[in-house]
Design a protein around this ligand. Structure first.
Ligand code: SF4
Ligand code: SF4
Length: 324
């Protein structure tokens, strides 16, 4: 019996361990809640798609992004990509430490990292949007870490959307955290995420995910296949060699080497969001939004008069109740 090897562990002990291993935020969701409420509108992802045995609890771990890079205004600044990649590495190490600790206590566990996309869903189309095996933003809400915003990004009271999130699945007995019921997002009245978005891919409680991927992963698989295709199609050897030695090739190579610019990229919507205690440290550098246009302002004003769209209803559980 596996249970003979198991040491009882409390929610407080799990959270203290995660913090000791480097987590900035941690919450525990009941796996059954995620099982009963999968997000996705026809493309649901549940813990049982990953394991039949070890997803009784979903421990959601967040690591904050560095403030110095957040204060850099340009979205396509490689310092941001690299620093975020380092944050990601730290988050992965914290998650793996948690897995080994849980297993020492007799509970087999699995990391769901934010960068592992579901390979079985890939349909030979590099431009298609692929998701993680479990929606980590939704899991974070179920674990009490925050609520979703206008572009469906996770907002936390401590760091707004300026966090990276992973999950650890394991089955053990302990108390779980409840969802925050009040929305943290200030809605279209704020709209700073929409105004700042370089791809203009943010809608009314929705986001054009494939459009966003071009920015979130600026040197990713879609760009790699595109660049290689352009090299093949170049009319002569000289042009082919020139393209091979170009800055685009250099950026792709650097990104393959480290993941910076592939698993990290644009996060302008996260930077400018005023939610989060940490925003006080950022506001002077981010208050002004050069990407704002009269068209974007007009769209936000329209949203205020419109009924809530379908995407809002589909995500209402995780967006939370707006102040009346
Ligand atoms: S990550 Fe960048 S492109 Fe995507 S929604 Fe945010 S600001 Fe827009
Ligand atoms: S920037 Fe404003 S509208 Fe966008 S998620 Fe944050 S609070 Fe909501």
């Amino acid at each position: 019996m596996v249970s003979e090897f198991q040491t009882p562990i409390s929610a407080d002990a799990v959270k203290a361990k995660a913090r000791e291993f480097g987590a900035d935020l941690v919450g525990i969701a009941d796996g059954m809640e995620l099982e009963a409420n999968p997000p996705g509108g026809g493309d649901e992802r549940r813990p049982s798609d990953i394991t039949d045995y070890d997803a009784g609890k979903v421990i959601v771990i967040a690591k904050k992004l560095t403030a110095g890079t957040t204060r850099i205004q340009r979205w396509d600044e490689r310092h941001k990509y690299y620093n975020d990649e380092l944050t990601l590495t730290a988050l992965e190490e914290t998650s793996l430490d948690m897995v080994y600790w849980l297993e020492e206590n007799g509970y087999p566990a699995i990391v769901i990292p934010p960068t592992h996309l579901d390979p079985w869903r890939y349909q030979n189309d590099p431009g298609e949007h692929l998701d993680t095996l479990l929606s980590l933003s939704h899991a974070a809400v179920e674990a009490g870490l925050g609520t979703l915003g206008l572009n469906l990004q996770l907002l936390t009271p401590e760091y707004g959307p300026r966090v990276m999130v992973s999950a650890v699945l394991a089955s053990f007995d302990c108390e779980t955290d409840g969802r925050q019921t009040d929305a943290l997002c200030k809605g279209p009245e704020c709209g700073r995420c929409l105004k700042s978005c370089p791809g203009d891919v943010i809608g009314h409680w929705e986001r054009d995910w494939p459009g966003c991927d071009r920015y979130r992963s600026p040197h990713g698989f879609a760009q790699l296949t595109e660049h290689l295709g352009n090299i093949f199609d170049a009319p002569n050897l000289d042009e082919r060699l020139q393209m091979l030695r170009s800055e685009e090739s250099f950026n792709l190579w650097q990104s393959i080497l480290r993941g910076a610019g592939v698993v990290t990229g644009c996060r302008r919507c996260q930077d400018v969001c005023p939610v989060g205690d940490d925003y006080a440290m950022l506001a002077d550098a981010l208050e002004e939004i050069p990407e704002a246009t009269p068209e974007k302002e007009a769209r936000l004003a329209e949203m205020l008069g419109e009924p809530k769209p379908e995407s809002y209803t589909a995500h209402a559980r995780w967006i939370g109740k707006e102040p009346s």
